[in-house]
Design a protein around this ligand. Structure first.
Ligand code: RIB
Length: 302
């Protein structure tokens, strides 16, 4: 089954720094790299490397050929990729510290030129029950969620990066919600230091019909199926010897989890495999280049 991902595409400018910048500080970076990235693109690559058939819809500027070629190299269909001549391609300034943590500044560029007219065209070939993947780096997400519901699509959303308008978005219509613990607290309107299990309880009340997955970084993940009365499933993080760069770990998880579910893998096994893929992503630098292939993930799991 083909999956449509309507998602962002970014050029990632990655700077390695001895520490995150302080207010007013000027610092030399120790290394600079440019990578293909964007949550949308990364998740399409993860889906493809996990074995799914993927179509990526989105928008780039005339400087975004690298991103189109990156998708094509992983056999992802880019038929609905728009080129916006007057906007720069979306880009990210990413700071990475020696312990592999990152901080990201985003400029949306062409990612924010998408309109409901574009969405009508992207969704036209789909049928009721078809899967659709979305993140929160494109424009007009709320109208898109309504259109997808009207078309009876099965929508998975990674609400990242979190923005306040998500609080009024029709997320109760989603099939699956995948988010980290900070986004979970924001969506549940809870203090940021709320325990993930408590945030999950609140989200379960908010979204009774939605599969909920909270990724917890080095603590692994917790997840629950709709209307489940048993305690949520906790899967610890897959052990790795060294964290090089956590960029795109969440994207890798999302793509892998969805690909596994589409191939019929049971819920706990799909979570475990995606969890392992996300850990392997942290052992390599960069966003999309660090996303592992399924054979390597299976080998690491074994
Ligand atoms: O999730 C990682 C991604 O977030 C990076 O590739 C960057 O482009 C930002 O969108």
């Amino acid at each position: 089954m083909n999956i449509l991902n309507i998602g962002s595409l970014n050029l990632d400018h990655v700077y390695h720094l001895p520490h995150f910048l302080h207010l007013g500080e000027t610092l030399h970076s120790t290394a600079y790299h440019r990578f293909p990235g964007g949550k949308g693109l990364n998740q399409s690559i993860a889906l493809a490397r996990a074995g799914a058939t993927v179509t990526h819809a989105g928008a780039i500027g005339s400087d975004g050929a690298l991103l189109r070629d990156t998708l094509l190299a992983d056999h992802i269909s880019v038929m609905p990729l728009l080129i916006h001549p007057a906007e720069p391609t979306g880009h990210a300034i990413i700071h990475v510290t020696p312990d592999g943590q990152n901080a990201i500044l985003l400029h949306p560029g062409a990612n924010h030129t998408l309109t409901t007219e574009h969405f009508h065209a992207f969704l036209a070939p789909l049928h009721p029950g078809d899967p659709l993947l979305l993140q929160n780096e494109i424009s007009q997400l709320t109208p898109l969620l309504h259109l997808a519901h009207a078309a009876q699509l099965r929508v998975t959303l990674n609400p990242a990066p979190f923005t306040a308008d998500l609080l009024d978005a029709p997320l109760h219509l989603l099939d699956t919600l995948i988010l980290n613990e900070i986004e979970a607290c924001q969506l549940a309107r809870l203090p940021s230091d709320t325990a993930p299990h408590a945030a999950l309880v609140t989200l379960r009340q908010q979204y009774p019909d939605t599969t909920l997955i909270l990724t917890l970084g080095s603590q692994g993940l917790i997840a629950s199926l709709p209307h489940e009365t048993t305690p949520p499933l906790h899967i610890p993080a897959h052990p790795i010897s060294r964290v090089v760069d956590t960029t795109a770990a969440g994207d890798t998880f999302t793509g892998y989890f969805l690909a596994e579910r589409l191939r019929g893998t049971p819920f706990p096994d799909a979570l475990r495999l995606a969890n392992t893929a996300a850990a392997l992503c942290c052992t390599q630098p960069g966003a999309s280049p660090s996303i592992p292939r399924r054979a390597d993930v299976l080998a690491a799991l074994a």
